[in-house]
Every structure is written in C-alpha cells, then in structure tokens.
Design a protein around this ligand. Structure first.
Ligand SMILES: Cc1ncc(COP(=O)(O)O)c(C=O)c1O
Length: 357
C-alpha cells in the first residue's frame, strides 16, 4: 500500500509527541491559564512580528467556522472560492456557528478567487441594499483546495477590493506551512501584512497530532472569538497539551521543514508527469501523454486528469488516493512521504498508461 489519500493519514512528528510527553508533568490550571498557553502567545507573537492571540482548536473546520462567525454578523455574506473546503466539505458549519452567515462562491482559477470577480460581485450589491445580506468577509484558502498558492501580490489585490467595502479577511491556512514554504516569505508577509484579520492555521495535516490553531491579528475580534469557542465546546480544559503541540510545531522551523518535505515530493511527481522522469545530468524524459495536471502543483497536492482504467490499475497495485470524478484523481503528499513512494507512483503510471489509454 502506498498512501496518497490525504496529509492526515501520516504520522505525527516525533518532536510533537515528545512535547506532549514533556507537558505531562505536575499540575497546571485548565482552560488556557497554564504556562504552555501563555508561552504560545509570546512565541507566536514573535513569529508573526506583532501581538497575536492564539486559540488552539481540534479541527480545521472548527477553526474556519468559529473564526468566520466572529468576523461577520448572522446576516453577513462570506465570499469564498467555489472549491473552498468551507463551501464543499464542512456541512455549512459557517452558517451554523455564524447564526445564518451565508457563503457566496466567487469565480477564480485553481481554487483561488479572482480580485476582479470579487469586485464585480460586490458591485452587484449597492450600499444600503438589504435584500441579499451584508457583504462581510472574504475567506481565502492558502494553499488552495486544488494545490495552488496565492502569490502575495494577488492577496494584496484581493485585500484592497475587500477594504474598499470594509470587508474582513479570513485565511483558511489548513496548509499555510506548505504555502509559506513555497512563497519563501515570512509568516507576517503571508498573513496580516496582506490584510488577513484571522488565520486558521493547520498543524494536524502537516505532522501534527491532534491540534490546529486560530491566530487573531486584530484584538477587537479576540473576545468574540473566545465566546464562540467556549459555546462550541472548544475551550479545552487540559489546554496545556494542545499548546505544547503548537509550540513544538513551530520550534526550530519544524512546520516549514515538514511543509517543504511534503511539497518536494509533490513537485517530484508533477515533474515526472510533465517532463517524464528526470534523468541524470540535464537530459529529460518525455511527458506522460494522456495524463494532465489540472492545476499547478505549488504545495503538496496533485490533481490528475487520467483514464479511469489507469485509476483502476493503480488501485489494483495498492496505491491509495481519492477519486474526484470519473477521470479525476487527487494525490496528497504527507510530510513523511518518501521519494521512493513518488517514484513508485510514476513508474506505475508509466507502466499502465499504454494499456489504459
Ligand atoms: C483546505 C482545508 N480546510 C479545512 C479543512 C478542515 O479540516 P478538518 O478536517 O480538520 O476539519 C480541510 C480538511 O481537509 C482542508 O483541506
């Protein structure tokens, strides 16, 4: 079995398990009043180059829905990509926790939203027009649900459109570390310096164990979010274990090392599909005719259009991945995925392609 189903099928990084073990000493107050959670605030403030408030949460869905609920009123509209996880896969948790908050899909390529399309959407609702709801928040997924990454200038363009109408910006950073590894910029540059008010920061998918985080850049949203979290049962009583995981996640750049490792394996697969297997020296192979990447591989996910018979053959050989359509498959690289696994997939694709086409 070689597992490309998701980045949550992998192991937790040993450093994170060690941190859990080390936090298991003595007593500490509950509900975030412990020294680990206090250190987490300081450490993340240092990392993001401004004072932030960090709330550990159990899942990315909770991070997204509760963040959005604190950013918009119940009659608000949240603009997101059609492909966004909040739109496709969270049973409208945003609407539930937001008391009626509504998602509005905006056009764009490869899981991004397009700044111009957003501007047009907003222009369609004139100021004072009450019938459709109040434009309130833009939610951007970084890296996107199709494995692409917003460049910083594109984020700034969207933020400028949003600011013109007083909209808040939420970032679903379930794969923020993968995006950061790709962008090679600071966490601050990729978030609040591009206008992000609240970041859902993934850890579980990137070598974490049982914890994601919400990072709040604007103090005026902190108390509202704290109440939302308590109400939704997300104020963990033994918070020290959650905070210890997040501290270990960023210690010595672990999160970026893990993100980089997963991205590297995805890039190896993409290069193999697009250029054939890179050989020694400068010589290159040939592209795999009949297989197509439907989005640029800029993080750790690969979406391949390929013959259904080829998917059958891969499964028969023990490759695990998700079918996303009759001719569409998603392959996700874990932070602990190996070059051997990537090369085995490429070899199987090449081997079965002629008969499957
Ligand atoms: C982009 C994105 N956001 C949010 C989530 C939600 O995370 P969870 O499954 O932990 O609720 C996922 C999970 O696949 C995701 O891919």
């Amino acid at each position: 079995m070689i597992d490309f189903r998701s980045d949550n099928t992998g192991r937790a990084a040993p450093q994170i398990l060690k941190a859990l073990q080390e936090a298991n000493e003595g007593t500490a107050p509950g509900y975030g009043a412990d020294p680990w959670t206090a250190r987490l605030q300081d450490r993340f403030s240092e990392l993001f180059e401004r004072r932030v408030r960090v709330f550990p949460v159990a899942t990315g869905t909770a991070a997204n829905a509760l963040s959005l609920a604190s950013l918009g009123p119940p009659w608000g509209l949240v603009y997101c990509s059609e492909m966004a996880h909040i739109n496709t896969s969270e049973t409208n948790a945003t609407g539930f926790f937001g008391g009626g908050l509504k998602l509005v899909a905006v056009a764009g390529e490869h899981g991004r939203i397009d700044a111009r399309a957003l501007a047009e959407r907003l222009e369609a609702i004139g100021p004072g027009q009450i019938h459709r709801g109040e434009p309130a928040v833009v939610s951007l997924t970084q890296a996107t649900d199709l494995g692409a990454v917003y460049p910083l200038d594109e984020l700034r363009r969207i933020a400028a459109v949003a600011a013109k109408r007083g909209l808040r910006i939420h970032m679903d950073g379930s794969r923020f570390a993968n995006a950061l590894a790709r962008l090679e910029c600071s966490p601050a540059e990729a978030s609040w310096r591009c206008g992000v008010d609240i970041l859902s920061l993934g850890a579980t998918k990137n070598g974490g164990a049982l914890c994601d985080a919400i990072v709040v850049f604007r103090p005026e949203f902190e108390d509202r979010l704290a109440v939302q979290l308590r109400r939704a049962g997300h104020t963990w009583s033994k918070m020290r274990f959650a905070s210890a995981q997040l501290l270990a996640y960023v210690e010595d750049g672990l999160w970026l090392d893990l993100g980089r490792a997963a991205n590297r394996i995805a890039a190896r697969i993409a290069a193999g599909v697009e250029e054939g297997t890179p050989r020694s020296g400068t010589s290159r192979g040939t592209p795999m005719a009949g297989i197509r990447l439907i989005a640029p591989v800029e993080a750790n996910e690969i979406f391949l259009e390929l013959p259904a018979a080829l998917m059958d053959a891969l499964e028969a050989e023990g490759f695990l991945f998700y079918r996303r359509g009759p001719r569409l498959a998603r392959f996700v690289c874990r932070s602990d995925a190996t070059e051997e696994e990537a090369d085995a997939l490429l070899a199987a694709l090449r081997r079965h392609l002629p008969a499957a086409s």
